[in-house]
Ligand binder design. Structure first.
Ligand SMILES: [Zn+2]
Length: 319
């Protein structure tokens, strides 16, 4: 289960820190908003084009691909490859290389954990390569039309027909493939309104999508149904579901287990309580940021995707 370390970690972190800083600047200084427009998304495309993925075998026939976008789970066997999530579209050559390094079997199925570009960006080419696409119905709904994410200052254009999920479900769905049973479950609105978990029951591996960021502050997409309280509620649901024996794949960060889910819930809930109390006292966002509600975790958790200050701003928006 030990991760093969890779040189890709360093450039990814550099990008994310740089991207995060520009978002923070835009948040704190609205006049600069236009100039900073979607720098983070544009940078993500560039970094994904230049970053190799790390291939980490987990248990039985499940492997995880760790890269600059969302973590991809790969289930192998006689039915061909089944993927959970599809990375950023510019990661295509690196995803293809990583998949080929597992075996030469064709790509047959793709499940999206939610609609975001760093999880669905590869839908079109994977569909062309032979995958049918399955997702919660809100994933299809958002991909069908131009969709603005205020937190990224970016409007994502409607996806081409080939990138759209061909099968959707509302709450629960079961997939049988490669002598495995996959149980899919929709969360109540959490990180978005389209989040699902995928449990590989025989391997006992749980992909939580972006309801779980391992030792990283999460992005929360208020534009498509996400909220801090929803994110915490999903963390509670994961804790209730996951056993000590399960391997847990986060949307972002290293593969973990139940203890990491507990920590994630505690960190989010702790910061939420502090921010809510200060906001209730009438403190401004800048005053609350200066109070450093995440002082204990900022150095580690704010080092990648969201700085501590940006995460406080996301929490402030929802309490
Ligand atoms: Zn996401």
């Amino acid at each position: 289960m030990a991760a093969k370390m890779s040189s890709t970690e360093i450039p990814r972190r550099k990008f994310l820190v740089a991207g995060s800083l520009s978002v923070a600047a835009a948040c704190l200084n609205p006049k600069r908003l236009f100039a900073q427009e979607d720098a983070l998304v544009q940078k993500a495309f560039k970094v994904a084009a230049a970053t190799k993925l790390t291939v980490q075998p987990l248990r039985r026939n499940v492997t995880v691909l760790l890269g600059p976008g969302g973590n991809i789970a790969v289930l192998t066997g006689p039915d061909g490859k089944l993927l959970v999530d599809a990375e950023i579209f510019t990661a295509q050559p690196h995803v293809a290389e990583a998949l080929a390094s597992i075996n030469g079997d064709p790509i047959k199925q793709l499940i999206n954990t939610h609609w975001h570009f760093d999880h669905t960006g590869g839908n079109a080419w994977l569909h062309e390569a032979g995958a049918s696409i399955l997702a919660q119905e809100n994933t299809r709904k958002h991909l069908l039309v131009d969709t603005r994410v205020e937190g990224w200052f970016h409007t994502f254009p409607a996806s081409p027909p080939g990138a759209l999920p061909t099968t959707v479900f509302k709450e629960d769905h079961t997939v049988h493939a490669n002598n495995s049973t996959l149980v899919l479950k929709h969360y109540l609105p959490a990180h978005t309104d389209s989040d699902i978990s995928v449990h590989f029951t025989e391997a006992d591996i749980f992909h939580a999508g972006d309801t779980f960021w391992n030792r990283n502050y999460p992005f929360i997409d208020y534009s498509t149904g996400g909220s801090i309280d929803g994110q915490i509620r999903a963390a509670e649901a994961n804790i209730a579901k996951v056993t000590d024996k399960m391997i847990v794949i986060p949307g972002h960060g290293a593969v973990g287990g139940k203890a990491d889910l507990l920590l994630f819930r505690d960190v989010l809930a702790g910061i939420r309580e502090k921010v809510a109390a200060l906001k209730k006292q009438g403190r401004t966002l800048n005053e609350i940021i200066a109070a450093k509600p995440g002082a204990k975790t900022d150095a580690e958790w704010g080092n990648g995707f969201k700085t501590g200050d940006e995460f406080v701003a996301l929490v402030y928006q929802g309490v």
